[in-house]
Design a protein around this ligand. Structure first.
Ligand code: ATP
Ligand code: ATP
Ligand code: MG
Ligand code: MG
Ligand code: MG
Ligand code: MG
Length: 301
């Protein structure tokens, strides 16, 4: 590398290195998606294509970044959780946030046509062939937050899932009042002012015969993305086998209490490869209760 008199400017760079041995969460959120969703005629309150696209983009991020152990998404946001011992980019905040945001955005834009071009003549014309235009490109912002304890991380994820529930119950009731009962949007807003969850459940059930609990789980619970492994299958222990696109990896290849710096290079590489081969799944489950985490101890191990 050539030295030059200009090189001193590098010393102006500031690197924020995130606390070691703590959970790093990077949350991306769509910029101006309220407007963007109008522009591309998203169905209200939940456009299934848009949610599937968010999940597909996030799944790509998790699949290609083995240091991510979990992701949770709702609406136009996704939270990505790094292994607490990750040494990716030496835990430099700018690098981690910008790489997640750009990988996610690139995948979202790339996958848009697959989700928004149904080619299905049965769809109303305005929701067919929603092609991206340069002046309305989807973009995302991102931030990193560090949680020192697993309890803090669990509370963070619970906070997002509760938010999903509260917003979805509100939006479902609001749009039912607008679309099924013909109320104006202002009117519907007034009707819902000061109501609590049970009131909204009641409105949905008594006025419209809708049991909120029967609404699709993807809307009520949001989306969880993580690697899944075969557990308790002695015949597959220590082996990897193929199943279509997905490969099952024995869990013991991944579980290690050693912190990454203390693993040999070969062990680190082996873990990374095992993760890259693992099956990445998307599920719509309760992550507030302990069950989800107890059944999948490798996620936060
Ligand atoms: P900001 O740039 O501050 O994040 P925003 O307009 O994106 O502003 P958010 O609070 O992030 O505001 O809300 C996202 C909005 O995007 C939702 O309120 C909703 O209107 C719309 N939206 C996101 N996903 C969907 C979806 N799957 N179906 C319908 N609408 C959606
Ligand atoms: P890192 O992820 O650390 O940035 P990198 O491979 O991107 O790794 P850089 O130092 O950023 O490394 O260098 C970018 C490299 O990309 C160049 O060395 C060159 O090989 C290639 N490259 C970038 N732009 C061009 C271009 N216009 N034509 C040909 N090669 C290019
Ligand atoms: Mg925002
Ligand atoms: Mg937004
Ligand atoms: Mg949002
Ligand atoms: Mg580069």
């Amino acid at each position: 590398m050539a030295n030059s008199k200009y090189e001193y400017v590098r010393d102006f760079e500031q690197n924020e290195v995130l606390l070691r041995n703590a959970w790093i969460v990077v949350r991306v959120d769509g910029r101006g998606f309220h407007k963007l969703s109008d522009h591309y005629h998203f169905a209200k309150p939940n456009d299934r294509r848009a949610l599937d696209l968010m999940n597909a983009a996030a799944s790509h991020v998790v699949r290609t970044m083995p240091d991510l152990c979990f992701a949770y998404g709702v609406s136009d946001e996704f939270s990505f959780v790094f292994d607490r011992n990750t040494v990716m980019f030496d835990r430099r905040k700018d690098k981690l946030v910008s790489t997640i945001v750009s990988t996610f955005t690139a995948a979202y834009v790339h996958l848009w046509p697959k989700h928004f071009r149904s080619g299905n003549g049965d769809q109303p014309s305005e929701i067919r062939d929603a092609e991206l235009d340069l002046l309305h490109l989807p973009t995302f912002d991102g931030r990193a937050v560090v949680y020192p304890s697993t309890a803090n991380l669990r509370d963070y994820l619970s906070w997002r899932q509760v938010d999903c529930h509260i917003n979805n119950l509100y939006n479902t009731t609001f749009w039912t009042l607008v679309e099924r009962a013909g109320h104006g949007q202002r009117e519907a807003e007034e009707l819902l002012k000061g109501t609590v969850s049970s009131d909204k459940n009641e409105i949905l059930f008594t006025k419209f015969g809708i049991n909120y609990n029967n609404e699709p789980e993807i809307y009520r619970k949001g989306s969880c993305i993580y690697r899944d492994y075969d557990v308790g299958e002695p015949s597959t222990q220590g082996t990897t086998g193929s199943d279509g696109n997905s490969t099952y990896v024995a869990l013991d290849e991944l579980q290690s209490s050693a912190i990454p710096e203390h693993l040999s290079k070969t062990q680190q590489e082996k873990q990374r490869k095992a993760k890259l081969k693992a099956r990445v799944v998307t599920a719509h489950l309760d992550i507030i209760q302990d069950d989800f985490w107890k059944q999948r101890p490798w996620i936060l191990s």
